[in-house]
Design a binder for this molecule. Structure first.
Ligand code: ADP
Ligand code: NI
Length: 217
């Protein structure tokens, strides 16, 4: 393994290992693996992709008091501290600044193949069985209800509106998770998203059936 990647992976492992399950080291490791897998068929600079995957949540707005820019600033500092060339640090910084989802009606800004691949990898880990588990883990960590029948989802118009929203976890499926299939950039990720998406639909169908006692005999 590249020396810089190994150092960054060790640093991130140490920083994330005790986080709650939706954003722990295993999330980072899965995104790292997914990004490498996507790169195999889509191309792109592997070093930038691996570093951006490892660093993409290093200071997440959801955990840092709402600062969207801190993650990319910290990314650059960390890489320069590990003696990465400044051109490389700049590329990874830019990719990291573009990964996060900012709301249903907010367009993605990822303008490089590397940023798009890491964004796709992060989004694949947000859907399917793992996505379901992560959403309820996150909701639980914020003390949110699983579901509140009369509280409808909102398709947020701005990043701030999205960031400040507080709802039950089932709404998160409509505000983000079900939208991700059509917001994948690469063909590889689009294909991988299909089964994960339909699994979430089945899950919520069953959830509503049980909630509404639809099949009581
Ligand atoms: P992003 O930077 O795009 O938000 P992350 O990897 O940081 O991506 O984490 C997003 C994940 O955090 C979601 O896919 C979900 O699992 C969890 N999450 C974020 N907001 C909520 C929410 N309001 N309700 C439930 N889960 C949430
Ligand atoms: Ni992430």
């Amino acid at each position: 393994m590249n020396d810089l990647i190994e150092k960054v992976a060790q640093f991130i492992h140490q920083k994330f290992k005790d986080n709650e399950g939706s954003h722990d080291w295993y999330h980072i490791e899965r995104v790292w693996k997914l990004a490498k897998l996507i790169q195999q068929s889509e191309g792109g600079d592997l070093l930038v992709i691996e570093l951006a995957a490892l660093l993409h949540d290093v200071s997440d707005h959801k955990y840092n008091g709402g600062d969207w820019n801190k993650g990319s600033q910290l990314t650059k500092e960390i890489l320069l501290n590990f003696n990465a060339p400044s051109e490389l640090a700049g590329k990874v910084e830019k990719a990291v600044s573009q990964v996060s989802y900012k709301g249903a009606r907010v367009a993605d800004s990822s303008d490089s193949l590397e940023a798009r691949i890491v964004q796709d990898a992060d989004r694949l880990d947000a859907i399917g069985a793992i996505g379901i588990a992560r959403a309820f883990a996150f909701g639980g960590s914020k003390n949110r209800p699983l579901y509140v029948p009369d509280l409808n989802p909102v398709l947020h118009q701005s990043a701030d509106e999205y960031k400040n929203s507080v709802s039950h976890t089932v709404n998160h499926f409509y505000e983000k998770l079900f939208l991700l299939k059509d917001r994948m950039h690469t063909v590889t990720a689009k294909n991988m998203a299909i089964d994960r998406h339909s699994f979430m639909e089945k899950f919520l169908n069953e959830f509503y059936n049980e909630w509404n006692l639809d099949r009581v005999k």
